[in-house]
Design a protein around this ligand. Structure first.
Ligand code: GDD
Ligand code: MN
Length: 279
């Protein structure tokens, strides 16, 4: 028998058209040249893959290049697009945490992560969503390092660094996941609800590792879906050696719950004041 609470929960998750609504969260920092084309492509794909409805949430950290106002214009022009404007640039991790909180509060059934720079093919959203909605996964990872996955154009150095970083995290955490640092994912809402977002500490590559590790520890099913990771269309990457070092330093600390030792606690990330624009 389903309890009243479960009933309320499932109707809360149902969109206006009665389906379970996926949200795509797009973090942006200086993506003025990319955001419009990406939003258009995401809409085209999800109109097919999620005909009952979907939402796109752009999380912009006050980009100096005006990405935020372009996003506002898109939200005004199309239903189902929202923009979360954050006043402080804190890195990718905190932007996602803020976006996840907002999507969960809005009743998302599935929450998807995607770069807003053209390196993730919007068509792959359909396969990531299907892996969770229809394929028995609780978390689907777009994976460069399983059969069928690839990287279209990266220098040997970046390839080796990424590959090495994934191997390191895999070994240190004892996980059987090939691509631990990828940023193209689909979470069932339950996974994000079970992860204590307030204690997520990482900002860069480590953020991806941390969330997948926590999902696995909580007993959720994680599937890897092969993707091709491409070149960003315009602009430049926000990641840096500092962020790679953060990952090297933080990953071993994620083991066993990854609660920060007393005295090392930082304020929760993604809790900065934000302003919302809705389409
Ligand atoms: N709001 C916000 N704030 N967005 C940000 C920030 C920030 O501080 N930093 C980066 N972003 C956005 C970018 O605008 C882009 O849409 C997305 O996050 C990815 O940033 P990139 O700078 O393009 O990252 P990348 O290509 O180096 O890294 C990608 O691949 C890695 C694995 O190789 C990302 O998917 C990473 O998450 C992933 O670990
Ligand atoms: Mn990128």
């Amino acid at each position: 028998m389903t309890s009243l609470l479960e009933h309320l929960e499932s109707s809360h998750r149902a969109g206006s058209a009665g389906g379970a609504v996926p949200w795509v969260v797009l973090p942006t920092f200086n993506e003025a040249e990319n955001i419009e084309a990406i939003v258009a492509a995401v809409r085209r794909v999800l109109e097919q893959a999620a005909p009952a409805g979907f939402r796109i949430l752009i999380v912009d950290d006050d980009s100096p290049d005006g990405t935020g106002s372009i996003a506002d214009r898109l939200a005004a022009a199309h239903a189902g697009i929202e923009v979360l404007h954050r006043s402080v640039r804190e890195g990718l991790g905190p932007a996602y945490v803020a976006g996840f909180r907002h999507a969960l509060a809005g009743g998302a059934a599935y929450v998807m992560e995607m770069d807003a720079d053209g390196s993730h093919d919007p068509r792959d959203l359909a396969r990531l969503l299907a892996a969770v909605r229809d394929g028995g996964a609780d978390l689907a990872l777009g994976s460069r390092y399983v059969r069928g996955g690839q990287i279209s154009d990266w220098s040997l150095l970046r390839r080796a660094t990424s590959r090495g970083g994934c191997r390191y995290a895999r070994m240190v955490l004892g996980l059987d996941v090939r691509d631990l640092t990828g940023g193209f994912k689909c979470f069932a809402a339950e996974v994000l609800e079970a992860i204590d977002l307030a204690t997520v500490r990482s900002r860069g590559y480590a953020f991806q590792v941390e969330l997948t590790y926590r999902a696995l520890r909580a007993g959720f099913q994680v599937h890897e879906v092969p993707i091709t990771f491409g070149r960003r269309a315009h602009g430049s990457s926000k990641m840096s050696w500092r962020i790679a070092l953060e990952a090297a330093w933080l990953v071993p600390q994620l083991r066993d719950g990854g609660e920060p030792p007393p005295g090392r606690r930082r304020p929760p990330v993604g809790a900065e004041p934000a302003r919302l624009t809705k389409g």
